[in-house]
Ligand binder design. Sequence first.
Ligand code: GUN
Length: 292
Amino acid sequence: MVLLDGKKISNDIKNEIAEEVKKMKANGEKVPHLAAIIVGNDGASLTYVASKVRACERVGFDSTMVRLSNTTSQVELLDKIYELNEDPEIDGFIIQLPLPKQIDTQKVLLAVNPDKDVDGFHPMNFGRMALDMSTFIPATPFGILELLDRYGVDTQGKHTVVIGRSHIVGRPMSILMGRKGFPGNSTVTLTHSHTKNITQITSQADIIISALGVPNFLKAEMVKDDAVIIDVGITRVPDDSTEKGYRITGDVDFENVSKKASFITPVPGGVGPMTIAMLLKNTLLARERQMK
Ligand code: GUN
């Protein structure tokens, strides 16, 4: 069994990006600048955005965190987005999801300038992705592709089963794994809450990508020998024995599934750190595109 070490690979990618930034600085060019809007006080979202800002510092990007209160109206949020769309200093920005219920997420994502949409959530970028055009690939799926690529995991002609059809992970992942090229050329099954006999499907999979958010959902009995297992779950499970009072748990029963798998991502230290590295990569791409 090979551990797909997202911590290590994300560090490699950050080092590569930091080198690019050094060159930009040496040439007197503007360095990439990422902004993140966060609405409300959700603990997990605040942690993620803080990690994104720290990652920017680590590679030499400029970053701006925009904090808005939980009671922010849709109009106020849209005004902020229009401001960032027009700000020549900002190369890319994200709106951390989920948003409070008074805000229509789809309207918000549509308002983002597609050239600055480093999350790849705008329908134009999502459509470009589905059509094999150059675009911003959403960071988590992009990170999974990069992990598969750097470990040389064979995807061609394999049966990939994706669990969960979220707009952020499952849906784009199902499109990307079936695209022409590498990693891709897979035969893809997208499963979700209405899927019947899921064990029958997962037990035929060469590659399983689980993005469900149910701790320890995927058991050893659901997986065939030598399967490749990608665990996108990052659920906070209460645990008094830890300092924070919780631990991060994946969708996969790692202890038992890892005995059967050929490749597997740990949680934490698998897909999570890759997401941040690929957000930086998209921001670098946004800067490069704006220079052209
Ligand atoms: N919430 C969970 N994952 C993500 C992500 O990749 N981007 C944003 N903006 N919000 C998220």
